[in-house]
Structures are given as structure tokens and as C-alpha cells.
Design a binder for this molecule. Sequence first.
Ligand SMILES: [Ca+2]
Ligand SMILES: [Ca+2]
Length: 335
Amino acid sequence: MKSRQQNGIALITALLIVTLATTAAIAITSELQIEIRRNGNIIHHDQAYIYAVAAEDFARYGLKLDHDASKIDHLNELWHIIPVAEDIEGGTLEGRLDDLQGLFNLNNLANKKALDKERFQRLLKNLELTSEESQQIIASLLDWMDADQTSELAYGAEDDYYQGLSEPDRAYLAANQLLSHLSELRLIKGFTNGILQKMRILPAVDTETGEALPTLFTVLPEYTEININTAPVEVLKSLNIKISDEIAQQIVSRRDGAILDGGDVTPFETVEDFKKYLESISIKNANTESLSVSTQYFSLNAKTTIGQTQMNLYSQLKRNDKGISTVISRSQGVH
Ligand SMILES: [Ca+2]
Ligand SMILES: [Ca+2]
């Protein structure tokens, strides 16, 4: 009787040990799998980043060839029309180069030149901002960038406004220097989500076609001229009050002819050319200050996929007058 009892206890003990050992083994295996996956992700992330940075070198090479081939920049050139699409070990790499000087550089406003302000106001009006909304954001933008602490009229905002924000832990100071990234606008008085959406700084889509609308604004580290060979319709319209939607479309079809109808590509060779063209369509004495036919600032969007890892790297490149480009900023995920 006693011996049978002892056998039973031994059996239960043995079963218990087996169960414990199995549980421990499963725990170790799961831990190991997570560890392997985590290491895999880290390695893939590093690889994706290195490939994206390699795309920058490819872009710099393309921009040098472009510089040596011609002195103007337009949308039918190879740097723009040939996107990079490469199969790389374990994944893919896509790269796209865009011109940044076709866009309105918000830092141009820091110069407080009447012409830039007028162009900005026209652009905002075409984006359906009310004149009060425009006045508000122009004043607070100017205060954000200028070195002083004097508010622009009633709408401006300096340190005292930002220090007095309702949540004390969120209080901050005005930058009092040029913008360094479009996302900085979120900190500035008046730039609500609604305004950022109208300005297409937050992604916006065409309500009829559902397609993403092109971006119109950028932030570059200095005053820049607008390239009339790459500016989208909305920016062209902002250049002169007489440039209507129809005229802007006309400028685009003359400039990007080949894209639209297979005709000759006839970008503007000089700003004077553009002025003459405007005269030919009855826009006399247009102010062509701060316009250009070439570009120094470009953006590269490199998308890399390796295994489960996806990376979106945005790089700003500046090309000098010898055609050599340097990367001046990088951001991941968003512009
Ligand atoms: Ca070129
Ligand atoms: Ca200021």
C-alpha cells in the first residue's frame, strides 16, 4: 500500500518536472524568437538607411551631370523624369528628385520685401484663405522670424504671447530666426490644422479626383528665387495679379510642351524670355524680380523596403555653381 503511494507521488513529481521544463523551454524559445526578430529589424533598418543614403550619392551624381549639360533647370530633365527604382539585396529602393525652388520659400518673407509679401498673399487668396486669416499668419510668421520683440500690428505674436499660453508646460519662446522645417509652423500663432490643410502643408486631396494635391511651400535656409521653369500653376499665379488660372496653364503648356502633347520642350532660357512671353500675351511690365530659370535646392525622397522594414528618407540638397551638391538636411517619415 505504502509502496504504491510512493510510486504515485514519484509519478506526479516527474510529471510536474516535465511540465515545468516544457514551460521553461517554451518561454526561452519565444524570448529567443523575439530577440531574433528584434535584431533582424535593427539590421534591416540599418541596411535601409545605408541604401537611402546611397541614393543621395546617386542624386548628387545626376545633378552634377545635369549642371554640366545645361545652365537651366526644368521638369523635362533627367534628374526629374527618371526616378530611381532598384532591386537591392532583400528589398527595393525608389528615389525621386524634386525641385524646391518652384515652391514658395516661407523664409523669403523674413526680408520683409513688399513683393514677396504680395506674392504670398495672392497665393493664400487662391488657396481660399480669408484676408483676415492671411493677415494673421503673415504677422505672426514675421514676428516668429524677426529678431525683435515688437509685435506686428494687432495680429503678431512674440515671447509674451507664447509664454502666456494656457498650458504652462507648453509655453515657449518665439524662434526669432528663419524657419528650419515646415513642421515648425505648428508652433506659430494662427497656424491651425484648418489653415495648414488649406495651405497643403498637411496632406490635402482634390475633392473631385481624390488625388493628392501638389505641395506649394518649402523652407530653405536663405532667400531664394522662384524657378519659373518648375513652379506649379498656383505659384505662377501668385507672381503677378494678371496671371489668371488660364494664363498660368498656358505658361505651363508652353514650358512643359513635351509632357502634354509630345511637342518640343521649350522651357524659359532666361528670365527676360519669360518677361517677353508675358508681354506677348498682353501682360506688360511684369515685375520679374526674384525669379530664375535654374535651381540650387532639390529634395530627394528615398523609399527603401527591406524585409518588414520600410524607410522614407527626405534629404535636402544644395547644388553650388560648380555643380557639386551637398546634403543640408535629412528627415525620416515626413518632409
Ligand atoms: Ca538643368
Ligand atoms: Ca520676433
